[in-house]
Design a protein around this ligand. Structure first.
Ligand SMILES: NC(=O)c1ccc[n+]([C@@H]2O[C@H](COP(=O)([O-])OP(=O)(O)OC[C@H]3O[C@@H](n4cnc5c(N)ncnc54)[C@H](OP(=O)(O)O)[C@@H]3O)[C@@H](O)[C@H]2O)c1
Length: 250
């Protein structure tokens, strides 16, 4: 079966492409570098020819509120009609746990992406993941002010990119749910504790403070905003294991 992975060169995309190719599938790793651009529309129609499944793992080059909303809306408007015209039988997209429970600009853009998918008429599965462990450094930087990192006092349950990719690949090969599947890492702990552990592993001297006034990427969050509220599929790679691996790879 031909599977097109939009954003197939990215963090999750490249791992997903490798897993599916190992399973013997014909996989197109689509991205602007390979001549498929969901913003300009270049190469989109051609990439869809003969595809049974499309997995959208693209991300916006800019996380600025307006730019990211424009990215996911334009991308969906170019991609989904091309998939419908080509008779794609399953559209899979990667979204974020709690994306409809906070008011930050990035989450709003992911909600817009999800709405376009639901309205497209194409059988779909939306995989909502918690934050990637690989994103911990970016999160620390987002709350940093000099030598202090301020984070809201909420629960956190990040997932390793390897686990995300294997679950996305599995979902893509299964029947469309026409709904949402939530995935998360195996360990849940206070936000500040996890980020402090990450910084310690990275020998980063910044101090992490739990601050009720702090926001998450500009958005207000509460205790359970970023963790699954109901049953979620859990990854295999725990925080300790991921810290160990990332230290070994550093
Ligand atoms: N970060 C998190 O914690 C988190 C949590 C849950 C869900 N997600 C979602 O996971 C998805 C994948 O994230 P990621 O970190 O793997 O992304 P990433 O590493 O930043 O990769 C982005 C990919 O998108 C491609 N791309 C950019 N502009 C494009 C365009 N105009 N047309 C087609 N492809 C384009 C890039 O292609 P080039 O290589 O050619 O530039 C690259 O392959 C995103 O949708 C994100 O919202 C993220």
């Amino acid at each position: 079966m031909k599977i097109v992975v939009i954003g197939g060169t990215g963090l999750i995309g490249s791992k997903t492409v490798a897993i599916l190719r190992q399973g013997g599938h014909e996989v197109v790793a689509a991205s602007p570098k390979s001549g498929v651009n969901t913003i300009t529309g270049e190469g989109v129609k051609e990439a869809m020819t003969g595809a049974g499944v499309v997995i959208d793992l693209a991300n916006s080059p800019s996380f600025e509120d307006k730019a990211v909303l424009e990215f996911f809306e334009t991308s969906g408007r170019n991609l989904l009609p091309a998939e419908a015209a080509a008779g794609v039988r399953h559209h899979v997209a990667l979204s974020i746990v709690g994306t409809d429970r906070s008011d930050n600009g990035y989450f709003r853009a992911k909600v817009a992406q999800e709405k376009l998918i639901v309205a497209s008429g194409i059988p779909y599965t939306i995989v909502r993941a918690t934050q990637f462990m690989e994103f911990l450094g970016g999160i620390a930087d987002s709350g940093a002010d000099g030598n202090t990192v301020r984070l809201p006092p909420i629960l956190f349950q990040p997932i390793a990119a390897d686990d995300v990719a294997s679950m996305v690949a599995e979902v893509a090969l299964a029947a469309p749910r026409n709904g949402i599947v939530e995935i998360a890492g195996p360990d849940r702990a206070p936000f500040n504790e996890i980020v402090a552990r990450y910084l310690k592993t990275a020998s980063d001297p910044r101090e992490v403070l739990s601050d009720p006034e702090a926001r998450y990427w500009g958005g207000q969050v509460e205790t359970y905003s970023l963790v699954p509220l109901h049953e979620a599929r859990l990854g295999r790679i725990g925080l300790e294991e991921w810290f160990r691996r990332s230290k070994a790879g550093a």
